[in-house]
Design a protein around this ligand. Structure first.
Ligand SMILES: [Zn+2]
Length: 229
């Protein structure tokens, strides 16, 4: 009997695609290239568009900030530079290499180098970068290289201490700092900038994003109330 190409219920271990994108290959191992064509044919950008809209609708980012990517084997799809996250279409996502730089890097998000390093150093299959306002405020209060300590029980349980990472936008320093932080934590906040949340799916990355912002919001309001007491 042919070996199943699926490492679990959701992802093929060869190409990292969600199983339902590889269903025609269930009788044997997939081939990255075939899986990639299936990936494109099923318009994965629609999933990116769905979470881009949710981020904006829920106030987790202003429309023209932030970026989203998904891993597809040795490549990733990432939003183009300047893409409004609530207006993502197939025309404003680009495919670039993970191990090497790509000629399309020039039109991809300015944070492509950061997404690339996270995929290289962690098991992430999807990444959401958002400019969540309370997370940015708490990063300013904590300082780069420090941690944000959640005061809500859910944040303490699911996130633990949230690392605040330093480094310029789109810099190699930031990429290395974030990849290191996300190999040990579920999510991180870039100092004075915003959140980075990885996941096996965009849905998971979205949930981590909301958890980061929720915990930072509760912490800010709690400490504000405590001062007024
Ligand atoms: Zn940003």
């Amino acid at each position: 009997m042919a070996e199943s190409p699926f490492m679990d219920q959701s992802n093929c271990f060869n190409c990292h695609f969600p199983a339902h994108f590889c269903s025609v290959l269930q009788s044997g191992r997939c081939i990255n290239l075939m899986a990639f064509f299936l990936y494109i044919s099923h318009k994965m950008w629609q999933e990116m568009a769905k979470y881009g809209r949710k981020l904006v609708e829920h106030g987790l980012v202003e429309s023209n900030f932030g970026n989203i990517s998904v891993r597809a084997g040795d490549k990733m799809l990432i939003t183009r530079s300047g893409t409004a996250l609530d207006e993502i279409t197939g025309d404003n996502v680009v495919e670039v290499e993970i191990q090497d730089t790509s000629s399309l890097d020039i039109i991809a998000s300015s944070e492509t180098v950061v997404h690339r390093e996270i995929y290289r150093q962690t098991s992430a299959l999807a990444i959401i970068h958002s400019h969540c306002p309370y997370a940015v405020v708490e990063s300013l209060l904590a300082g780069a290289g420090e941690v944000i300590v959640p005061v809500d029980s859910e944040g303490q349980y699911f996130l633990g201490n949230i690392p605040v990472v330093g480094g310029g936008i789109g810099s190699l320093e930031l990429a290395e700092n974030l990849a290191d932080a996300l190999s040990k934590h579920k999510g991180a906040v870039v100092y004075s900038h915003g959140t980075f949340a990885p996941g096996r799916t965009l849905g998971e990355a979205y949930i981590v994003t909301t958890q980061l912002e929720h915990s930072c919001r509760v912490k800010y309001l709690y400490e504000l109330a405590a001062v007024k007491k």
